[in-house]
Design a protein. Structure first.
Length: 204
């Protein structure tokens, strides 16, 4: 969701920099690996000596309290308005409460199927979330197209068995290997409908 539908980079960067300063950690090193995966995985990898539950709770509270600068990704509102409501899902590495708050702040609709960090035992790059999202839509994962902005999400989608359209909203194209197509944002992405059902996406 973040980096695909919602541009929350200012909040994410502010929050991780505040957190890094609290613990005397390298904020740039944290930000290099934090985008696109659950905060618990980043903490476990970068600061295993800290109390995981306490630090995740601090980060969650900090992000919930800060919505300044959050905007829709270019083309997101137009694309979602054109999609049949039961044809798309969101799988996000943030919590459900935060995901819904960020969507509301940008005026974007909440999806019928939302898979959040607390819904899966393993976060990205494990495929669990994408498989759960496809199941919620009632379709085979191989019939889905995942739109992603970060290497962990791309890896998760490929592991699940589906193709990826990648956006360069948070990472350079060189870091988005494995995607079938790479574009700047959603501005040139248009749904293709057949008898009112989603048949695919057209990319300008």
């Amino acid at each position: 969701m973040d980096g695909v539908l919602v541009d929350s980079r200012p909040v994410v960067e502010r929050t991780w920099r505040r957190w890094a300063a609290r613990h005397g950690l390298d904020a740039d090193a944290l930000l290099a690996v934090a985008h696109g995966r659950r905060s618990r995985e980043t903490i476990r990898e970068q600061a295993p000596h800290l109390d995981l539950a306490r630090e995740v709770a601090w980060l969650d509270a900090a992000e919930l309290a800060d919505v300044a600068g959050i905007v829709p990704v270019a083309g997101a509102a137009r694309l979602l308005a054109a999609l049949p409501a039961n044809s798309w899902a969101v799988y996000t590495s943030c919590g459900r409460e935060l995901a819904l708050k960020r969507l509301a702040c940008t005026g974007l609709p909440a999806p019928a199927v939302l898979v959040a960090s607390e819904d899966v035992p393993r976060g990205k790059p494990a495929p669990d979330g994408w498989l759960l999202a496809a199941s919620g839509l009632g379709v085979a994962i191989g019939d889905c197209l995942v739109v992603e902005d970060a290497p962990p999400g791309i890896a998760a989608a490929l592991a699940a068995g589906t193709q990826v359209l990648a956006l360069t909203t948070t990472h350079a194209a060189q870091r988005l290997g494995g995607a079938a197509r790479i574009v700047e944002d959603l501005a040139g992405v248009t749904p293709v409908l057949s008898s009112g059902a989603l048949a695919g996406l057209s990319v300008a």
